[in-house]
Design a binder for this molecule. Structure first.
Ligand SMILES: [Zn+2]
Length: 201
């Protein structure tokens, strides 16, 4: 009962904080929208959970290694997405900094603007920085993985989810050559899953 009440309060504030309130998100240090200074979204569209696909992105903008610079990046990215791109909100569901924190974007069960054609069927996690020539640091990589595990535990992501890089469905450098080489080795990467009918060539 208490959980539902907390959830309703959080939902009304357009936050997914309720998803993080039950103690199952080991290793995830969440920075909420209010903590990083988000603008309110122009519109919020829900999608059914759990999703079967996780997309990995990079922002191709600055790196950040503490809560102050990462929060500043979040505000810049949100402004860029809302004012220049004309989107409802920051595009991704979650972002990760090299401070090892997870920054709340649209949150779970929200349609994003991250991967054209897949925004209703996937969640997107973007690491802040450009990972063409180097990998995200260990803190950031651990945060990405812990967030996915958390998403599975909370039934926001299916256990047998498939992992993709943005470039697997669009002509883009995202999530950067180095980072892409790494995620290709992760067990849920879609080409590593046997017997799965891949929708992408
Ligand atoms: Zn991308």
């Amino acid at each position: 009962m208490m959980f539902h009440i907390l959830c309703l309060v959080a939902m009304s504030a357009m936050s997914s904080a309720c998803s993080f309130g039950n103690g199952t998100c080991k290793g995830v240090t969440l920075v909420s929208r209010s903590e990083w200074g988000a603008r309110p979204p122009k519109e919020v569209v829900s999608i059914p959970m759990p999703v079967k696909m996780v997309f990995i992105h990079h922002t191709a903008m600055d790196y950040c290694t503490n809560i102050s610079t990462c929060s500043e990046q979040m505000r810049k990215i949100q402004n860029f997405h809302m004012d220049d791109r004309g989107w409802f909100d920051i595009g991704y569901n979650y972002l990760v900094g090299e401070d090892g924190r997870v920054y709340e974007g649209r949150g779970w069960n929200r349609e994003g603007a991250h991967t054209k054609g897949y925004n209703r069927d996937a969640v997107a996690i973007s690491v802040m920085g450009d990972f063409s020539d180097r990998l995200p640091n260990k803190k950031a990589l651990d945060a990405v993985n812990n967030l996915i595990v958390c998403g599975i535990k909370q039934n926001n992501i299916t256990k047998d989810y498939l992992l993709y890089g943005h470039r697997n469905v669009r002509e883009t450098a995202c999530p950067g050559d180095k980072f892409y080489e790494l995620i290709k080795t992760w067990p849920h990467f879609y080409l590593n899953k046997q017997g799965v009918d891949t929708i992408i060539g």
